[in-house]
Design a protein around this ligand. Structure first.
Ligand code: GPV
Length: 810
């Protein structure tokens, strides 16, 4: 069975399943039990296609890609799987007959918290697109027991609570005990002469960790393809445990057990900044080694071709550098276990691996201290040392005396392993995630590598799944689009361009306005229920949701809010178009400035919202625990999309695309994919402000910017800056860390420099919003052009330009 014929069949299957699972009468089921019952039913539906998809790939020996990522930020799966199977309506009708509302059951599912932000959500969109396009591609990651923390706001401040998302079970996973592999850490590795006159590696006194895979089905869209996300969990090996115990050392035995279990316990709460932590390095190698061993095992068992042809059947993609150890690990397997020579193994490795870079922030570039790396991964270190030696010899031969070049391309330098350099050297393809970002990689960050391997570099602008971010999140808009241009856009997002023909049609625009209004009511209801705060659905919904980071400049946004408050206070007769400023996002637990930014937003929110006169014109709210599910409520309700990072800093951004797809107008800098959004819709349909990336770069190189000057020359800036430290925001609150970053540290991200241009851009937004038909036209143009930002387009580019994959019908 892989469909329910009708709601009657659904109801009878449901009754059977619930009885088996809960041994209860239907009326006694809790909503969570109803959720789990339906989830298990959906898994049953999927399993046949899942098996068949795998069989087809093996039989046809189709080339497959494995997308390695330290994060997959999936979001809830029940709704997306029902939509993929085309079973949502049957399920809804069946549940209704039984007395439940599907929309109340769906929120019972916990978000799997297997990611931090954009990088992890991109990986989730990518595997969604792979399955939708019937491309043979799978995800590989870690089954963290605790996801990113749950965020609470207490006394205006972020508090981090553990996210034990697995506590009630995860119905979508299948544990595959028979597919477990061992991963080795520590010990000694050295080379010695082998019998055949060459060298061989001895690796001894290591300790072993058992890696057990948990597979999650990734369901295609109405096409019977079901790919796999394989999540690895670390377990202690009972043998090793008993051996230690039999040696009489209980202490060591328990230490071993605990240290092993730690490997897959926590997702690191980092986003674009890295703390060099040994456990993180263990996680990275654990995922890479387990994933590669299972791929090679599959290759030998099912593909049965020579390992010299590995890259004809297998592509491996690394999502940033966290999985870059696939390069030395594949070398190790090919040489130590399969007997290939160095040169043969290197050829295969480079042709197999491709790398995407997601940041140019220097502090976010992964580097590991050599002593730590060497003691944890002695065999891998020998390989890295050798590939670095060979590479630098080649560079010094090609560019004699150019030590600057050697430094810029070295894998080992200054006592550190430079992961981005390892990734570029060991891949046949390197790409950035938006045009401007890919250009910066070539011009500066990886310039020396670019001169060595120009043909390796390309751009693949990010995209988002229009299935999750439009079909699933905004059924009201999806329905209107069906009525207007027909349903083809569901299968082919480019067809959204047909909306452009209606972008001046008053009847269509009226319905578009109604959809937006409905979504604003839905969000307002949610806010009312959850926070007991009233927001006015007639006001402009202005939203900034993303991780909190100085470079993303939530500060610029909240300082403008504060400024607007002062202006309204000083001009009692002044009228503005009512506005609701919404913020959401998590700050890394150890990132002081980001946490203080959250506090500032909450303090300003109280100041504004408690003022009887001002709050009729503006409201400010920080929504706690921003995650995928909350995003699905926020993007559809937005009028204004805040994309205000310092130009040159945001590699791409993907929230910008989700807003656009839902008809919000971008208020942004010329950064990341905003540049391409601007090109798609033009000046009339987005509002661009602020320094350009080259201007920012010039200031960094030549100086010439003084935030103190901005402060002394502008009374408005002085007023808001002083309020950060003079206690006037209420309760004597002070924000010294933010004040210092803006003045003492000369405002690294040009918040004060861009402040006035941002204020003007905000006025421009208000002007445009008040020309109602024109605003709606802009909204329609944005939707029409959002098809380009579907991850289906992105994945097609990866598939043809990098992986050389073809679709396979299951
Ligand atoms: I590196 N990104 C992220 O979320 N976490 C990381 O560790 C790194 C990058 C983000 C970038 O900041 C975004 O600009 C980008 O849109 C996203 O990755 C996906 O490419």
């Amino acid at each position: 069975m892989n469909t329910w014929q009708d709601k009657e069949e659904f109801k009878s299957e449901f009754t059977k399943k619930a009885h088996i699972l809960w041994e209860k009468d239907l009326p006694d089921l809790t909503p969570n039990e109803v959720y789990q019952t339906v989830a298990f039913m959906v898994r049953d539906l999927v399993s046949e296609d899942w098996i068949r998809t795998n069989e087809t790939y093996a039989e046809e020996k189709a080339k497959q890609v494995y997308y390695f990522s330290i994060e997959f930020l999936l979001g809830r799966l029940l709704d997306s799987n029902l939509i993929g199977l085309g079973m949502e309506d049957v399920c809804r009708a069946g549940l209704k007959d039984l007395g439940w509302d599907l929309d109340r059951i769906i929120p019972e599912e916990r978000d799997p918290g297997l990611g931090n932000g954009g990088l992890g959500r991109l990986a989730a969109c990518f595997i969604d697109s792979l399955a939708a396009l019937q491309l043979p591609g799978h995800g590989c990651s870690i089954r963290y027991q605790y996801g990113l923390f749950n965020q609470r706001i207490i006394d205006d401040q972020q508090v981090e609570l553990p996210d034990s998302w697995l506590a009630d079970g995860f119905p979508w996973e299948v544990k595959k005990v028979d597919k477990a592999v061992n991963v080795r850490f520590g010990g000694n590795a050295y080379m010695r002469p082998s019998e055949d006159g060459g060298l061989e590696c001895v690796y001894e006194k290591y300790s072993s960790v058992r890696a057990v895979p948990y597979d999650v089905p990734i369901v295609g869209y109405h096409n019977h393809t079901v790919n796999t996300l394989r999540l690895w969990r670390a377990e202690y090996s009972r043998e090793d445990m008993y051996r230690e115990l039999s040696l009489g050392d209980r202490h060591r035995a328990f230490h071993y057990k605990n240290s092993v279990q730690l490997i897959s316990r926590f997702l690191y709460p980092e986003d674009s900044t890295e703390e060099g932590r040994k456990l993180r390095l263990m996680q990275e190698y654990f995922m890479v080694s387990a994933g590669l061993q299972s791929i090679v095992r599959y290759y030998k068992k099912k593909i049965k071709e020579s390992l010299y042809k590995f890259d004809q059947y297998i592509a491996i993609h690394i999502n940033d550098t966290h999985p870059a150890l696939v390069i030395p690990e594949l070398m190790r397997i090919l040489m130590d276990e399969e007997g290939l020579s160095w040169d043969a193994a290197w050829n295969v490795t480079v042709r197999t691996v491709a790398y995407t870079n997601h940041t140019i922030l220097p502090e976010a570039m992964e580097r590991w201290s050599i002593p730590m790396f060497k003691s944890l991964l002695p065999r891998i270190y020998l390989i890295v040392e050798e590939l670095n030696r060979r590479w630098l010899a080649e560079v010094r031969k090609r560019f004699p005396g150019d030590e600057d070049k050697a430094r810029d391309v070295a894998v080992l330098w200054d006592g550190q392993v430079h992961m981005a350099h390892l990734a570029v050297l060991g891949s046949h393809s390197v790409n950035g995630v938006a045009e401007i970002h890919s250009q910066i990689l070539k011009d500066s960050t990886l310039h020396q590598f670019y001169t060595c391997f120009p043909s390796r570099f390309s751009n693949k602008t990010n995209g988002v799944s229009h299935r999750r971010w439009l079909i699933q999140s905004n059924p009201q808009l999806a329905g209107l689009l069906d009525d207007t241009i027909g349903p083809d856009w569901r299968l082919e997002a480019k067809r959204l361009i047909d909306v452009e023909k209606f972008s001046k049609d008053p009847a269509f625009l009226e319905r578009l306005a109604q959809v937006k209004q409905t979504r604003k009511y839905i969000l307002a209801d949610y806010i009312q229920q959850k926070y007991e705060v009233k927001v006015d659905p007639a006001s402009i919904f202005d939203i900034q949701i993303k991780r909190i980071h100085l470079y993303k400049r939530q500060l610029l946004n909240i300082l403008h809010v504060l400024h607007l408050y002062y202006v309204l206070k000083a001009n009692p007769r002044m009228q503005i178009t009512p506005r609701t400023f919404l913020f959401g996002g998590k700050a890394a637990a150890g990132y002081g400035e980001a946490k203080q930014t959250i506090k500032l937003i909450n303090v300003v929110a109280r100041l504004v919202n408690n003022d009887r006169r001002i709050r009729k014109q503006m409201r400010v709210l920080f929504l706690e625990n921003y995650n995928v599910s909350l995003g699905q409520l926020l993007f559809p309700a937005a009028d204004v999309s805040e994309q205000i990072s310092t130009a040159g800093k945001e590699a791409s951004g993907t929230g910008n695309m989700k807003f656009m797809m839902n008809g919000a107008i971008t208020l942004g800098t010329m950064d990341g994919a905003n540049v391409e959004i601007h090109r798609e819709v033009g000046d009339d349909n987005c509002v661009i402000f602020g320094l350009r990336a080259n201007e920012v770069m010039d200031y960094y190189i030549h100086g010439g910017y003084s935030s103190w000057n901005m402060y002394s020359e502008d009374a408005d800036i002085r007023q808001i800056m002083n309020s950060l430290v003079d206690g006037s925001l209420g309760n004597g609150e002070s924000f010294g860390m933010l004040y210092d970053s803006l003045l003492d540290r000369n405002d690294e991200f040009f918040v004060l420099k861009d402040f006035k241009p941002y204020c003007q851009a905000q006025q421009e937004i208000e002007r445009r919003y008040n020309k109602r038909l024109q605003w709606l036209h802009s909204s329609a143009v944005n939707i029409a052009h959002s098809g380009y930002f579907s991850s289906d387009r992105t994945i097609r580019q990866y598939a043809s330009g990098i992986w050389h994959l073809k679709p396979v019908k299951s």
